[in-house]
Design a protein around this ligand. Structure first.
Ligand code: SF4
Ligand code: SF4
Length: 61
């Protein structure tokens, strides 16, 4: 499973450095999560780290 980033993203970049597996990257329209890499932070943190950093609530399940 993976979280995803909606069009509400303003590409602030805050989430990118929070990801323990490097799943977050600059997409063509806005920042994106690679679903093949995102592990929902399982094995690293109790909660998805990226979600808490987003000022636009653009990261959803
Ligand atoms: S939920 Fe965790 S693993 Fe998935 S993109 Fe966000 S920070 Fe990375
Ligand atoms: S923190 Fe939110 S607004 Fe900023 S780049 Fe990530 S998804 Fe986009």
């Amino acid at each position: 499973m993976s979280l995803r980033i909606t069009d509400d993203c303003i590409s602030c970049g805050a989430c990118e450095s929070e990801c323990p597996v490097g799943a977050i990257f600059d997409g063509p329209d806005h920042t994106e999560i690679d679903p093949a890499k995102c592990v929902e932070c399982k094995g690293h943190y109790d909660e998805p780290q990226c979600q808490g950093t987003c000022p636009s609530d653009a990261i959803v399940r």
